[in-house]
Design a protein around this ligand. Structure first.
Ligand SMILES: [Zn+2]
Length: 99
């Protein structure tokens, strides 16, 4: 049983990694102004709980060059999601610490 769960989780990861590669390759246009000049700031992976099950999740943080919109792309949902208050500052801070 544990074995099956491990395989299932592995499959979820494989799908997520494939979606991450796709998200990196394709740059969506800005939802605020429609510009396609969007830079990637950081990518985060985490584990979230859905119906008591641990599911891997990943987000890409992006900034629009033209209107400076701060954007968060949910890779699992394949769409823009709202940033939590203070989330952006924390992402930028840790992204800048990387040499
Ligand atoms: Zn924009």
């Amino acid at each position: 049983m544990v074995y099956i769960l491990t395989i299932a989780l592995l499959l979820v990861w494989v799908v997520l990694i494939a979606m991450m590669v796709r998200a990196v390759l394709k740059t969506p246009s800005c939802p605020e102004c429609g510009s396609d000049r969007i830079e990637s700031v950081d990518m985060r992976t985490s584990t979230i709980k859905i119906d008591g099950q641990k599911v891997p999740a990943a987000w890409m943080y992006r900034r629009c060059h033209d209107c400076s919109a701060r954007l968060k792309w949910d890779i699992g949902q394949d769409g823009w999601v709202e940033l939590e208050p203070g989330e952006w500052d924390e992402v930028v801070r840790s992204a800048e610490e990387v040499p």
